[in-house]
Design a protein around this ligand. Structure first.
Ligand code: PMP
Length: 392
């Protein structure tokens, strides 16, 4: 009886959702689930079924759902009587968050870091980063990569792979399986780097010295594509030598997910600007841009947002950052990720529908192909052309 009632309740909610919500909704179309409870990696639906959550809020839940330290941090703020909304005023909660965040930053940036609290979404922080480097350099153009995803607001869309823009020069992101040069590996990455160098140095390339370069150390929505460390170091050298600020978008790769606290640590590069969101809010909305102090040349009010002082998110975020750091969860993600990659790759041997298994730490993607229909020619184990895509 109870199960039938639960099932009926769920059906009603799903029916009303599809009647009332927008055609632009995404996951809701494919997953007829009505989550009512969640803990760790498990979500429980209104129908009483339990689901293993492999989405992790698109990279938001570094500690899983409703981790006790996150709940406790939120409760403490609620019980203290602290204001929940303060625009960008200083508070003890924000002070703690900033201290914890700076503690985690890559050496080289940490000592000279400034932080701007942005509107609550990753895309707000991307907008801020683009504005910051434009203000600091007095230049306008931007270098960005094929397959990139930086958000849905106008500026962030411009630097994403899906939207054409006259202000953005698009460069090839290195990848093995669908290498644009058809060779993949270190040689493919080297050609990507040379192309970048050439675009900047050839006075007839049609690209003027830009205000900045923006990249993801592992492309997330682009299909979980980890950039080789050597290529990232080349991007750092190329931009540094030409006075171009390097913006690294760690919205999806941050807080231990790739097996290092920040994904840039794998290559050892120090970006000029880092864009952070998702997991830094401990499951609540929070986004910041962190940058070297000499870039701090924009005037007051250059970037604002009513919800840039979300105290509950800062408390949940500080607790999450501290827990990941103190418990060595990045190292754990590296160990578990290596094991998982190996196991998934061994499965791929017997399943031709698995095109490639790739990733870093626990940020893992399995590219599924239709072996009969996917006509793109293989070059060794690589494919030429086409674009993998994850959907946020
Ligand atoms: N940058 C990256 C790398 C992302 O993966 C995303 C979201 N998937 C964003 C920016 C935008 O974040 P938000 O959806 O919170 O605006």
């Amino acid at each position: 009886m109870r199960e039938a009632a639960q099932e009926a309740g769920q059906e009603g909610i799903l029916r009303r959702q599809s009647a009332r919500e927008s055609a632009a909704r995404t996951y809701a179309r494919a997953l007829p689930i009505v989550p009512v409870r969640a803990r760790g990696m498990t979500i429980e639906g209104a129908d009483g079924r339990r689901y293993l959550d492999c989405l992790s809020g698109a990279g938001t839940l570094a500690l899983g759902h409703n981790h006790p330290v996150v709940l406790e941090a939120i409760r403490q703020v609620l019980d203290s009587g602290a204001p929940l909304h303060v625009l960008d005023l200083a508070t003890p909660v924000k002070d703690d968050f900033t201290t914890e965040l700076f503690r985690t930053l890559p050496p080289g940036l940490a000592e000279r870091a400034r932080v701007q609290f942005c509107g609550p979404a990753g895309t707000d922080a991307v907008e801020a980063a683009l504005k910051l480097v434009r203000a600091a350099t007095g230049r306008d153009g931007m270098l960005a990569f094929t397959g990139a995803y930086h958000g849905m607001t106008a500026g962030a869309l411009e630097v994403s792979g899906g939207a054409p823009s006259v202000r953005v020069a698009r460069l090839p992101y290195p990848q093995d399986y669908r290498c644009p040069f058809g060779i993949g590996g270190a040689s493919g990455a080297e050609l990507s780097a040379r192309w970048t160098e050439n675009v900047l140095d050839d006075t007839k390339s049609g690209v003027r010295t830009p205000a900045g370069m923006i990249l993801e150390p592992v492309q997330g929505e682009g299909g979980v594509l980890p950039a080789p460390d050597g290529w990232l170091r080349r991007m750092r050298e190329i931009t540094a030598a030409r006075g171009i600020p390097l913006i690294v978008d760690e919205v999806q790769t941050g807080v231990g997910r790739t097996g290092a606290f920040w994904a840039v640590e794998h290559s050892g590069i120090v970006p000029d600007v880092m864009v952070l969101s998702k997991a830094i809010g401990g499951s609540l909305p929070l986004a910041v841009v962190v940058y070297r102090d000499d870039l701090d040349l924009w005037p007051p009010g250059s970037h604002a947002g009513t919800f840039r002082g979300n105290q509950l998110a800062m408390a949940a975020g500080a607790a999450t950052l501290a827990y990941v750091r103190e418990n060595g969860l990045a190292e754990r993600a590296a160990t578990l990720g290596a094991r998982m990659l190996a196991q998934l790759r061994s499965l791929a041997v017997d399943h031709p529908c698995v095109g490639e298994v790739r990733g870093r730490g626990l940020m893992i993607g399995v590219e599924l192909v239709d072996p009969g229909r996917d006509g793109s020619p293989r070059v060794g184990s690589r494919r030429v052309g086409g674009s993998p895509r994850a959907v946020n």
